[in-house]
Ligand binder design. Structure first.
Ligand code: FRU
Length: 673
């Protein structure tokens, strides 16, 4: 029997063999859920990126189909083009003109990553490393695909961002019924911006909007998705959700990847986040902020340490300690400013760089391209780190890892590197810190292993089902599985609900796992009062669907369940901390068994309030190498891979304080393979 290797997921999708990453081209068509994914046809590490394909009737049982877009068969030559992430739509109106009357083309929209300078069959020229948007179509319901001969359909980003041609990817396309046109959201990864385009035929695209850069922005923005959902099921209260992947800079592992979201409005052209979903990024007080600047050279104007821009940043509020402006007569005329010497005592430097995107200011003083700031870190007069901020698009957050420089004497220099015109140059507070801090964000999932999440096109308007790559770029290629590497999360139904006075994204596994749950609960227990201690249950489990609910007792601390427990007591702990109102997954026990990455062990927390009756509710899906926890109505989720020894299968309920009305239901889950 296949699919029984160590760590092989039993009810999550994984390919029979080889590497996968992002889910792509999710489309529901003729009663089938199609799922494509980033796939290496020849190995179980990232490479030769193609689109693999699987299909399902129920989102649980999947069959692999032939590779849909094969990098070894790229029209311009084997491996000259890699098929990066994207989406797919059913072109019911045949707006693309593909096929013949009466046929319904499926159209995939993806990023072409070109691996050399060349002229394409369409006569367009591309450079090595360029990322462009392309389309392919299928006339046999998704089985076989042909690339459009006019590819790419978007050669590069708009001129204000032309230097970003290697960081322009992951188009998500959908039909916007209210405007009768297609919409694409696509990422400018290093700028932390999402561009919006529209089209009537999926071939000609016009830019309509630009969103960012806010909330978590310390890594690359990838894999955006945009969709409408009713709030609390009310058709007259439709909001739009923008999901964006970030890598690195996520909440669970700052060196790794994760998924954030914004709630807002969409008018067919622009996405505007509701003010409440834009979170500020206050710099914790204990950081050392060097404000001791020596002015060295000035031309028309000067660098001025100032607090002028407190709260006035384009996205509402970072304290800027420096602010300079030129008198407008040309290149680099603000000169530079060098700090006095200091000793590097922390591992990271974080700062914000750029120019205010306030249109009044940009409009009055120059075009975005004219304005550029460079920040250098100098050790013994040598530039050891350098970052240039292209401005006009707002302030972006950058950071340097300086762990190799701890103990060295250094200074920082700010340079006006603008190439002409007027310039407003800014660098924000320069922060020295020991951890590469993520910024505040609305996280779709607070665990380490839910990335590049995207959702199905082709379902009823209000049905939104998403799935994520259940892995993390911090260690993804090293996880100890073979001959496959990586699985997908459980598919999740997404809804918007008012929870604790705030509109939030809530998610629950979809579909119900009941077809796999073999009959009655394996265990059904109730404890009226639970005092500090552990209760070991008389069973061993490797895959289970559990529901644990409880209330705070007199002196509540932590209450939860230990899974995959060994005779040494080491386990995966899933629980709730009443003191901080957070649920958690603790896989720090993995230190004993997992040597593939020191970033793997850890404890992950998500905010969760008890409901109005004071009940805490945790739904827990355990598979052979993963645990997914949905708290409350699903307003908080934590997804984490686990790699426990096969022998460690015990289950116990724990409480370090008092809890009451503790109820546990454990359903066994069978295999879909
Ligand atoms: C995200 C990502 C995408 C890219 C793909 C390449 O995980 O980096 O941005 O399209 O993977 O495989």
């Amino acid at each position: 029997d296949s699919y029984k290797e160590p760590f092989r997921p039993q009810y999550h999708f994984s390919p029979a063999k080889n590497w996968i990453n992002d889910p792509n081209g999710l489309v529901f068509h003729k009663d089938k859920y199609h799922m494509f994914y980033q796939y290496n046809p020849t190995g179980n590490v990232w490479g030769n990126i193609s689109w693999g394909h699987a299909v399902s009737d129920d989102l649980l049982h999947w069959s692999e189909l032939p590779i849909a877009l094969d990098a070894f068969q790229a029209p311009s030559g084997p491996l000259t083009e890699l098929y990066f992430s994207g989406s797919a739509v059913v072109d019911s109106g045949r707006s693309s003109g593909f096929g013949n009357k009466g046929q319904t083309p499926l159209v995939a929209v993806y990023t072409s990553l070109y691996t050399q300078d060349m002229t394409l069959p369409s006569n367009q020229t591309v450079r090595n490393g360029q990322q462009s948007q392309s389309i392919a179509y299928s006339l046999d319901d998704g089985l076989t695909w042909s690339e459009y001969e006019g590819n790419p359909v978007i050669l590069g980003p708009p001129s204000a961002y032309s230097d970003q041609y290697q960081n322009f990817r992951d188009p998500f396309v959908f039909w916007y019924a209210a405007g009768q046109h297609w919409v694409m959201v696509v990422s400018l990864a290093q700028e932390h911006r999402i561009l919006l385009y529209k089209s009537s035929d999926l071939k000609e695209w016009t830019i309509t909007g630009d969103f960012g850069s806010v909330n978590a922005v310390s890594g690359a923005w990838e894999c955006p998705g945009l969709f409408p959902l009713p709030v609390d099921g009310n058709d007259h209260d439709i909001k739009w959700v923008l999901m964006v992947g970030i890598n690195p800079g996520a909440v669970a592992i700052p060196q790794g990847s994760g998924t954030q979201y914004f709630i807002g409005t969409f008018d067919g052209s622009n996405f505007t986040a509701d003010p409440g979903t834009i979170l500020s990024s206050p710099v914790p007080a204990h950081y050392t902020v060097y404000e001791d600047w020596n002015k060295t050279s000035f031309a028309a104007s000067s660098w001025t340490p100032t607090g002028d821009f407190v709260g006035e940043g384009p996205e509402g509020g970072t304290v800027l300690t420096l602010w300079g402006k030129s008198k407008g007569d040309g290149d680099g005329d603000i000169g530079s400013l060098t700090s006095s010497n200091f000793t590097i005592t922390s591992k990271y430097v974080q700062f914000q760089i750029g120019c205010c995107s306030n249109p009044a200011i940009v409009g009055a003083y120059g075009t975005p391209q004219d304005i550029e700031t460079t920040i250098n870190l100098l050790v013994s007069g040598e530039v050891v780190r350098s970052t240039t901020g292209v401005s006009g698009g707002g302030i972006t957050w950058r950071s340097w890892d300086v762990s190799d420089l701890v103990g060295q004497t250094a200074s920082i220099r700010l340079i006006d590197s603008s190439s002409g015109g007027w310039g407003h140059l800014q660098v924000g507070e320069i922060v020295f810190t020991d951890s590469p801090l993520p910024q505040e964000a609305n996280w779709v999932d607070w665990g380490p292993d839910f990335y590049a999440a995207t959702s199905w096109n082709g379902l009823a308007d209000e049905t939104r089902i998403a799935i994520g790559w259940m892995n993390n770029w911090a260690y993804g290629t090293d996880i100890p599985t073979s001959p496959w590497r990586s699985a997908m999360s459980i598919p999740r139904k997404l809804e918007l609900k008012n929870v604790q006075g705030k509109t939030q994204l809530v998610q629950q596994p979809q579909p119900r796992l009941s077809p796999l749950e073999q009959g009655k609960p394996l265990q059904q227990r109730f404890w009226k009062n639970m005092s500090p201690g552990n209760i070991t249950l008389p069973l061993s489990v490797k895959s289970v669907d559990a529901e644990l609910t409880f209330h705070a007792g007199k002196n509540p601390k932590e209450t939860g369940i230990s899974l995959r427990q060994g005779s040494d007591g080491a386990a995966i702990r899933v629980g709730y901390d009443f003191a901080t109102a957070q649920m958690f997954v603790d896989r720090s026990a993995e230190t004993q068994d997992v040597s593939f990455s020191n970033l793997f062990p850890g404890i992950y927390y998500a905010p969760l309030s008890a409901d109005h009756d004071g009940m805490v509710k945790l739904r827990i899906l355990l598979d052979w190498s993963s645990v997914e926890v949905f708290g409350g109505l699903g307003e908080s989720a934590i997804t984490a891979q686990i790699f426990r020894p096969d022998s460690d299968l015990a289950v116990s309920v724990f409480s370090t304080g008092d809890a009451h009305s503790v109820s546990l239901k454990l359903y066994p889950v069978g295999s879909v393979w």
